[in-house]
Design a protein around this ligand. Structure first.
Ligand code: FAD
Length: 532
């Protein structure tokens, strides 16, 4: 009965919202007289929907949500706020797959970017160019999901070159961070594969930018955590799409052998070989999670996991490490040809003999692989739970120290729910003019590791325990002088951000003063708590 009553009340509230919405107490009244006002929502249902994110670590409702019909609506909203005597914060929200409130706007307006792609009568917001005169590219709205970009490019036999592990994220959301995955060792992060952007700045100006035009905004916005503008279009480079993927996991008990092989696989020599992986990542599975964790996963059968658990016990290793590699191939390549290529590649590696796990899938199945995990977790209520995630970039020279201190000491007897990723990338593939930061490499020959501690929490106690654990990891890095950088970073003070950006800080402050002087945009990061 109470559910019925609640849905009746929400219908009534929604009906009152058709147009124009009721003004929100904390926003200027004349906002609700603007041309875009019919697309503002102030009812509790609408604001509650955007008051947290995938991480569920922070909750704060905005005063209103804008469902823009065009980038012009976004610009008009920001212009209104920027010129108001009482400016209010504005946060674009893609899929809300952040985990520390980065897409929230307490006291202000969340822009539901996904609305830009809705509406049957609007011009398509994904356009592929595949003419013979220039390299192929796709122009995609910032609100588009990478999965939809893939769907649009594949009929042309084309696809973007770099993917995040999960592709139901928006173009603007991942480009505001960097967008990393197993192809980044060869092509750099997603931000290094973009040639042009349309951006609405924090003063409400709509600007097109590239390496040669308004280049400070272009480099600033890529990896810019939404601080300088809202990305409404990105021109993304494409490559010929393969049809199928041979996908392997190779088990190691020794971190040195594991990292040595990973680095061999991403080295420039190797990457340019015909026989090479097109995707290289890696995972760490703590021994306790093999013994006490799930009995099967979408990749490993129960029999595989029981063999791996035995391997862990026999070797006495605190963890098993997996290299995850993928070799793309065309439909007309024969199975024997692919087998031979794979064999030639595996011969160079030192994984535990017999511990090769292979799958053969379509390219789309491979790219959309996390969707299967999402469905499974959703079916047992384990997807929409708090995620106190910690992502670090650790330079190659300290990765074994990190492993010793974290996986073999701090987490030795732990069995947290979640997964741990660990894979190397080539720093030379990142463009240092962009806002995203990587660790200073020194004598590392330009390689650093992404280490992702992707935890799920099932109770408030879990959240506290995992947060303490994350804190201990960060403290260990500071104590040992492991100069790591957070990726998808979370800092609670401007000092923390200054340290995070290091030598880039002064340029970031200048860009903020130029493009968002009132500090309206994406306030959830807490980089600029007040106007600059
Ligand atoms: P949101 O969470 O909605 O927004 C993120 C930030 O960007 C906010 O500050 C927001 O205000 C701002 N923003 C949103 N849209 C725009 C825009 N158009 N213009 C400017 N600013 C904008 N990341 C990786 O790099 N590699 C991975 O493999 C990877 N895997 C993931 C797997 C899962 C299951 C999840 C939940 C996240 C993963 N991520 C990964 C992290 C992900 O890239 C970021 O959380 C990203 O921000 C999510 O995109 P979103 O569309 O949900 O952005």
């Amino acid at each position: 009965l109470s559910a019925l009553l609640a849905s009746f009340l929400s219908l009534v509230a929604g009906a009152g919202q058709l147009r124009p919405p009721l003004p929100a107490a904390c926003l200027p009244r004349d906002l609700f007289g603007q041309g875009f006002a019919p697309r503002l929502r102030t009812d509790r249902n609408s604001t509650a929907r955007v008051s947290t994110d995938f991480g569920q670590m922070v909750t704060a409702a905005p005063e209103a949500v804008l469902h823009p019909a065009s980038p012009g609506d976004v610009a008009a909203l920001i212009r209104f706020s920027a010129s108001s005597p009482a400016p209010f914060p504005v946060a674009p929200r893609g899929q809300g797959h952040s985990w520390r409130g980065q897409a929230l706007a307490p006291g202000g307006v969340v822009v539901d970017m996904r609305a830009l792609g809705r509406g049957r009568h609007r011009a398509p917001r994904i356009n592929v160019s595949s003419s013979a005169d220039e390299p192929p590219y796709v122009d995609a709205g910032g609100e588009q999901l990478w999965a939809d970009v893939l769907r649009a490019t594949l009929p042309h036999g084309l696809a973007p070159r770099v993917w995040t592990d999960y592709i139901r994220l928006t173009v603007g959301g991942t480009l505001s961070n960097a967008g990393i995955g197993g192809q980044a060792f060869r092509h750099g992060p997603q931000i290094a594969n973009v040639d042009e952007l349309d951006v609405v700045t924090g003063t409400g100006e709509m600007m097109t930018c590239s390496k040669n035009k308004n280049s400070d905004l272009f480099f600033g916005a890529l990896g810019g955590l939404g601080q300088f503008g809202v990305i409404t279009r990105a021109r993304i480079r494409l490559e010929r799409a393969p049809k199928r993927v041979r996908w392997v996991r190779l088990a190691y008990t020794d971190v040195v052998a594991f990292t040595k092989d990973q680095e061999l696989l991403i080295s420039d020599n190797q990457a340019s070989e015909v026989v090479a992986f097109d995707y290289v990542e890696g995972q760490v599975q703590l021994k306790q999670s093999l013994v006490k964790g799930p009995k099967s996963t979408p990749f490993f059968s129960a029999a595989d996991l029981s063999r791996l658990a035995k391997l862990a016990s026999m070797s006495g290793s605190a963890a098993i490490y997996y290299i995850e590699g993928a070799m793309y191939y065309a439909e007309d390549d024969t199975a024997t040809f692919v087998d031979q290529k794979m064999e030639a590649l595996l011969e160079q590696l030192s994984f535990e003999p017999g511990f090769v796990f292979t799958k053969d899938v379509t390219y789309v199945q491979f790219l959309d692989r996390v969707r299967e995990e999402e469905r499974e977790l959703q079916s047992v209520g384990a997807w929409e739970v708090p995620h106190p995630w910690l992502n670090l970039f650790v330079s190659r020279s300290r990765i074994v120290d990190f492993d010793n201190g974290v996986f073999k000491a701090l987490l030795k007897d732990a069995n947290p729910a979640g997964i741990i990723l660990m894979y190397p990338m080539n720093k030379g593939k990142w463009d240092d003019r962009m806002t995203a930061v990587t660790p200073t490499t020194g004598e590392d020959d330009g390689v650093f590791y992404a280490v992702s501690l992707l935890w799920s929490a099932f109770s408030p106690e879990d959240v506290h325990r995992l947060e303490r654990q994350n804190k201990a990891v960060l403290e260990f890095c500071v104590q040992e002088g492991i100069g790591c950088k957070q990726y998808l970073a979370h800092h609670t003070s401007q000092e923390g951000w200054q340290q995070h950006f290091g030598a880039k800080w002064s340029r970031i402050a200048e860009l903020k003063a130029k493009y968002d002087p009132q500090a309206l945009l994406s306030p959830g990061h807490r980089i600029f708590p007040k106007p600059v």
